[in-house]
Design a protein. Structure first.
Length: 131
């Protein structure tokens, strides 16, 4: 969950860098290189085709499979289109990642409430049995 939220945030940062600052991909990768995904992109930029590098970096992340593949799908857009189109593609994936993270967060919270209720019930039963 933590990784999904962080990747969603970083995708937003990248989209903003492309449109607001008109930064080039190597500049963005270098600026964000303290994050594992961007560290790989920065270190390997220019050593293989951008689409292959992006997909490989995306698939290396500890994300749910669907989120990894959504991020990897950006390999068809990043570095190929103008900044506005790349930012739009990135933003669409960012929204999906954010929605997936919110859904997972709701699931974990509901699951926690279920376990808390079960624990309280078992505690009450144990108290009745013991006393």
């Amino acid at each position: 969950l933590k990784h999904s939220i962080e990747v969603s945030h970083l995708a937003g940062v990248m989209a903003a860098e492309l449109t607001a600052r008109r930064a080039l991909l190597p500049q963005i990768f270098e600026r964000l290189r303290d994050r594992p995904f961007f560290e790989l992109l920065s270190a390997a930029f220019g050593t293989e085709p951008m689409d292959a590098l992006w997909a490989r970096a995306a698939r290396s992340l500890p994300l749910p499979e669907g989120d990894r593949e959504a991020l990897a799908s950006l390999s068809a857009a990043v570095g190929r289109y103008d900044a506005a189109r790349q930012a739009a593609e990135i933003e669409a994936v960012r929204l999906r990642l954010a929605a997936d993270a919110e859904e997972l967060e709701r699931f974990v919270a509901a699951r926690g409430r279920s376990f808390a209720g079960l624990g309280a019930s078992l505690g009450a039963m144990a108290a009745v049995i013991l006393f």
